[in-house]
Design a protein around this ligand. Structure first.
Ligand code: DC
Length: 222
């Protein structure tokens, strides 16, 4: 197997991308890059600074001025905004629900894509997101697209939020996941879609280990 491969994993919210990408990276001793974290990081800063989320110019300016860094940690990644560790804070539901204000802006995406390309420049990376195989690394060695039914994705998200002691309602979570699907797929710039040449994996009825094995097997054999 060629070393220093670039592997992309795209898919909708709750498809299990992060878990799978992290494990595949660990198996290959590659760097795991969570691109959603970069969008979350600038969203967090915009909220923290009280920027009007409808002020597109202000958001782009903020994104351009912000330093976002992902650092490898024991169990995944730590996320830094201008040197401050925001790993936990960027996961709160308020950030999740506001990311779309930034993710739809060309100027913000351009800045994030540059940061992501810079991080993945040397290869030996598993990069996870929505537009990685289509826009960020269209020349990747292997592209995967993870999917699962809306119900199953909502159930996973519900479990994750409950574990972090957020008060949640399954029906409400399903609604929010559906809203995010529409935002991700309906976005004019870099919408979520299956990249050319991507292998599609439907994980609705698969266990995590099965998915990871399927991806590693495909990479070994192709
Ligand atoms: O993967 P995630 O849930 O942490 O991503 C958070 C949001 O960031 C997601 O709703 C859409 C946006 N995003 C994006 O637009 N492009 C990416 N490559 C990754 C995430």
């Amino acid at each position: 197997m060629k070393r220093e491969l670039t592997i992309t994993i795209d898919g909708p919210a709750g498809s299990g991308k992060s878990t799978i990408a992290k494990l595949v990276a660990k198996h290959l001793n590659y760097l795991y890059i969570d691109t959603g974290a970069t969008y979350r990081a600038v969203t967090w800063k915009a909220m923290r600074n009280g920027v009007n989320l409808k002020d597109e110019e202000a958001l782009v300016r903020l994104a351009v001025e912000t330093e976002v860094e992902l650092r490898k940690a024991e169990d995944g990644l730590e996320v830094y905004v201008d040197g401050q560790n925001v790993t936990g804070e960027i996961r709160i539901p308020e950030v999740t629900n506001n990311v779309f204000y930034l993710a739809r802006l060309a100027g913000v995406r351009e800045r994030m894509v540059n940061i992501q390309r810079e991080m993945g420049r040397q290869g030996a990376v598993v990069v996870e997101g929505r537009d990685i195989g289509t826009v960020v690394f269209p020349q990747a060695d292997y592209k995967f697209y993870l999917d699962a039914s809306l119900k199953e994705r909502a159930r996973r998200r519900f479990k994750e939020l409950s574990a972090r002691e957020h008060k949640v309602d399954l029906k409400q979570v399903e609604k929010e996941v559906k809203v995010r699907d529409n935002e991700d797929e309906g976005r004019e710039i870099a919408p979520l879609k299956i990249a050319e040449g991507a292998i599609v994996i439907d994980s609705t009825e698969m266990r995590i280990e099965e998915e990871v094995s399927a991806i590693l097997k495909y990479i070994r054999e192709n």
